[in-house]
Design a protein around this ligand. Structure first.
Ligand SMILES: Nc1ncnc2c1ncn2[C@@H]1O[C@H](COP(=O)(O)OP(=O)(O)OP(=O)(O)O)[C@@H](O)[C@H]1O
Length: 231
């Protein structure tokens, strides 16, 4: 469970109060600069609130999937070591993590011998999937994904969508992609000007009745983009 009680990061984030239950799938939505990453960093414990409280799983129990998965891989390390690195850093059971690699490679549709290769010996899409394997190796109970999905190729995206649906896994994802947020989450937290302005069920995402100005703008932007991409 993640609990924020009036948690603020002055001057960037206004007091935010939110409770996320274990297993919930939550999307953080909002325009650029709305405060999504700041809120996520607060939940990860990478930022300390200047006021209020944050209760969230500690390092070792959550995974963070960065936006640029490919660039997050160390080119000088072999894929197997890259994948198990978070376990080694957390002083976890590296041998058990190594034993999980073959299954993870299969799940993510990566070559069976990928662990012995360097990132440059894989395709761009395969490297992205190595980044996902790295995030999932420690069997996190919470996964934070900061705009990670938009950069994924189709196969990796579908795989990640499936993995994120695992019951019991809490997923918090920052997204600019409304259809993806609707598909991947049960709940949408809409942010604007450094604060939470709406906390709604994903089924209400497209309903303009009582929509906050921030959500109405997101819907407008999506429709504009969608209309302009029509022939
Ligand atoms: N360390 C910092 N120094 C200065 N400004 C900061 C810092 N951290 C956050 N901000 C500001 O706080 C606001 C929220 O930033 P944040 O990165 O959380 O937005 P976001 O909603 O994730 O945006 P984007 O979608 O563009 O990534 C922005 O105005 C940003 O410039």
């Amino acid at each position: 469970m993640i609990i924020l009680k009036n948690a603020a990061v002055s001057p960037y984030l206004k007091p935010c109060t939110v409770t996320i239950d274990t297993g919930e799938k939550v999307a953080l939505l909002g325009a650029s600069g709305a405060g999504k990453t700041t809120l996520m960093r607060l939940m990860c414990g990478w930022l300390t609130p200047t006021s209020g409280d944050v209760i969230a799983p500690p390092v070792g129990e959550f995974a963070y999937v960065p936006q640029d998965l490919d660039a997050s891989l160390n080119p000088a390390m072999r894929v197997g070591d890259i994948i198990t690195e978070p376990v080694a850093i957390a002083n976890g059971d590296v041998a058990a993590a190594v034993a999980r690699i073959p299954e993870l490679l299969r799940t993510l549709d990566l070559p069976a011998d990928a662990a012995g290769r360097f990132p440059r010996e894989l395709s761009g899409g395969q490297r992205q999937r190595v980044g996902i394997a790295r995030a999932l190796i420690a069997e996190p109970i919470v996964v934070y994904a900061d705009e990670a999905l938009s950069a994924l190729d189709h196969t990796a995206r579908e795989l990640v969508i499936e993995l994120f649906q695992a019951p019991g896994m809490t997923t918090i994802l920052v997204s600019h992609d409304l259809p993806a947020a609707e598909k991947l989450s049960d709940r949408c937290i809409i942010m604007a000007d450094g604060g939470i302005v709406e906390d709604i069920s994903s089924s209400e995402l497209w309903d303009r009745t009582n929509a906050s100005p921030a959500r109405a703008k997101l819907i407008d932007a999506f429709e504009l983009l969608h209309a302009s991409s029509m022939p």
